[in-house]
Design a protein around this ligand. Sequence first.
Ligand code: GLV
Length: 321
Amino acid sequence: MDSKIFITRIIPDPGLVLIREHFLPDIWTSDLPPSRGELIAHSHGVDGLLCLLTEKIDGELMDSIGSQLKVISSMSVGVDHIDVAAATARGIPVGNTPGVLTDATADQALALMLSAARRIPEAERFLRAGKWVTWQPSLLLGADFTGSTLGIVGFGRIGQAVARRAQGFDLRVIYHDPSAQPVYGAQPVDMDTLLGESDFVSIHVPLTEKTRHLVNSEFLAKMKSNAVLVNTARGGVLDQTGLYQALKCNRIFAAALDVTDPEPLPMDSPLLELENCIIVPHLGSASKKTRDLMSLLAAQNLISGLKGERLPHCVNPEVYR
Ligand code: GLV
């Protein structure tokens, strides 16, 4: 097949090998994403675009690519970087990579909960600074995890996988998600009950116009003062100014963020001054096996779209009606 393809970064082998069995793609080989101008230039006239969550794919770009564009495939489960409505209006299927990163992301949420509760990064900084002089009864005391209450905001695949893990720690799990059925012993509650009763609040909603800055000063003010907030969803779900103020005055115990807004987080962000805020560079799905599978799914979506077949994982199936 002689379709034209642009891939916006070198993706793990499984997907690349599969694509190269059929096509000769143009691949952006820098570690940094293409600039807007570079994206427009390289994607002009392509039949298929494989992108990452670092690229903004809007209607203007789709039009500049041209009406021959058959598929947009993102190597991510989240698609907030893509104007899906604009793609649907143009009849372009958009593919994503659900399922394969559920476990890795749920693992990361648990790792961050425990790290924040037991102050692991802070304790390591303390040790490396040469401050460990003796065992002390009150040194770096953290929050209890086992037996506490976990509130999950957004009870889709990843939220449910977190609930399943929580069973092993004897957590009481409550969740807020009007569209989800209870599983793994988790109990549905309204948002105010969740915030008022949870010792840990873990965010698992996609970023949409409705969820932007869902976690704001008002949300944080309703949390318990001993509570830990964990965000492995999208940075834009959280108002970082409100979070800074809440952490600075110990309104809540700690926060752990896998995602920020913007990404990367500027090094002058006040959040970086805080001992009670853990921040890691968007690593929820960052295990070798997970990224290999994401690459493979993204390639399968791309190839199906180019062949005019239904994408195995399509976020806008309305294009097929
Ligand atoms: C990662 O954040 C993803 O959406 O895959």
